[in-house]
Ligand binder design. Structure first.
Ligand code: ATP
Ligand code: MG
Ligand code: MG
Ligand code: MG
Length: 439
């Protein structure tokens, strides 16, 4: 992408209406714009990152054996009456009436709908187990939308749902999602700690939240450092290996990890002082096993092996896809701007020309831009007629992992400068060597 032709509005001043770094940076670097309280438009830069995050979530769900589908944002109130939580859900639900006076709502989550869909088409134990997911916008009329996309009212969530014949199967699905979540967050270059959780209004038994550590997080966290060093690649740990999955679960639950909601000072006191970690964190994912809570209420039954009717056991598994964009920035930035982990960066490389009026500089930049593109490397080329310093500041703000800085002085010696955004390290390389390094 050539910057001269793109819509990447960067604010000169840091916005004063944002309280935390990620929110400020998302506005300043032009990732999002608020269109109403807690509702955001995703501009091209933010949209690229959102899609990267979404794609990682999708790939790990697919690996875990979940199948993608898409449910609508607008739901009929009657579905929620069937499951018995229409009234209980309270003012966070945006309730809507259509022109025929039918009660509708903008979905805050989809347990009720998926249970009804599954019920209407699944009749036999042979159709189980199944795991389904979608990545769809949700609406929750939060009392206090804040921190930008981290607590929006409209937000993008991946929600998966599992259906199993019995409790043991339900547990296995839960374990699979546990592994999928740990791998998902690791791929994004962030550390998300699984913590024992309350299951809240969704109701249930087994529940973990995944928390990214950040000083501005809304939850207080207490955990044993051991939970950070769980090996996710060891032999025997796969989605098809029950023993390996159970061992992973035992390892996760064997180390103390809780938020303020579930914190147990008595158990905490037993953790070795050297291993104790405390701080604040952001919830980026949440998994639940709730058994027959919805299947029973909504009459989802299948015929079992022996002909008796069986009520499937369910779980649901959410990832805050749009919240993650803010949370990743919260965990990875400095005074100059965002520092994207490579896996979610909007572009891998940014090219900056220090002198847009110097022919050799422009020719070298255009050549590298073309070659990087041909090699499939996502590159943003700042070809604007701007001062070099302004462009460098913009690149740091946008946080692309690599910068190639090209100017007449270096070119006289046949070199360009390659800068790593995270470490700040700079290297002078020939254009060919720069190309080889980044492809
Ligand atoms: P929170 O405790 O932050 O209100 P929640 O526990 O109500 O979140 P869940 O019902 O567990 O949320 O939804 C699954 C995921 O959706 C959460 O882990 C979070 O990442 C994301 N999420 C929930 N509410 C919001 C929101 N208002 N804005 C952005 N993401 C959200
Ligand atoms: Mg909430
Ligand atoms: Mg929560
Ligand atoms: Mg939650």
């Amino acid at each position: 992408m050539r910057l001269s032709q793109s819509f990447l509005p960067v604010l000169k001043e840091s916005p004063s209406d944002a309280q935390i770094a990620s929110h400020k940076l998302m506005l300043q670097a032009g990732l999002v714009r608020q269109t109403a309280a807690g509702i955001y438009a995703w501009l091209p830069l933010g949209w690229r990152v959102l899609q990267k995050v979404e794609q990682i979530v999708r790939e790990e769900q697919d690996r875990a054996g979940a199948q993608e589908m898409l449910m609508p944002t607008i739901q009929p109130a009657d579905l929620w009456r069937e499951s018995g939580r229409y009234d209980a859900y309270g003012p966070e639900m945006l309730r809507i009436k259509d022109r025929h006076d039918r009660e509708m709502l903008y979905g805050p989550t989809n347990e009720d709908m998926i249970t009804a869909l599954f019920r209407d088409d699944v009749k036999s134990y042979r159709d189980l187990p199944r795991m389904l997911y979608h990545i769809q916008w949700k609406f929750r009329d939060e009392v206090r939308p804040r921190f930008g996309v981290m607590r929006g009212r409209e937000f993008l969530m991946k929600d998966a749902y599992s259906f199993d014949l019995d409790e043991a199967g339900g547990q296995r699905s839960y374990y699979r999602q546990l592994l999928a979540y740990l791998r998902t967050f690791r791929r994004m270059g962030i550390k998300a700690v699984p913590m024992q959780a309350d299951s809240g209004p969704i109701g249930g038994k087994l529940s973990h939240e995944f928390i990214i550590l950040a000083p501005n997080g809304e939850s207080e966290v207490f955990y044993d450092a051991a939970v950070e060093s769980i090996d996710l690649d060891r032999p025997g740990l796969s989605y098809d290996d029950d023993a390996g999955l159970a061992a992973l679960f035992n390892e996760v639950t064997g180390s103390y990890a809780a938020t303020d909601e579930t914190h147990d000072p008595a158990r905490w006191a037993m953790v070795d002082d050297k291993a104790k970690r405390t701080g604040r964190g952001i919830e980026v994912g949440h998994i639940f096993y709730f058994g027959d809570r919805y299947s029973k209420a909504m009459g989802l039954k299948v015929s079992g092996r022996d002909g008796d009717m069986v009520t499937p056991m369910m779980g649901s598994y959410g990832v805050g896809v749009s919240r993650l964009v803010g949370a990743i920035i919260e965990a990875s930035h400095d005074d100059n701007g965002i520092i994207w982990p490579e896996a979610v960066a909007p572009w891998k490389v940014g090219i900056v020309t220090m002198r847009a009026d110097d022919e050799a500089t422009v020719a070298a930049a255009a050549d590298l831009y073309q070659k990087l593109g041909a090699a499939g490397v996502e590159t943003l080329y700042d070809d604007r007629d701007e001062r070099g310093g302004v462009k460098l500041g913009g690149m740091d703000l946008m946080g692309l992992p690599w910068q190639i800085i090209i100017g007449p002085r270096g070119l006289k010696d046949g070199v360009v400068e390659v800068k790593n955004r995270a470490s700040g390290e700079r290297e002078e390389l020939t254009p060919e060597a720069a190309l080889a390094k980044l492809t």
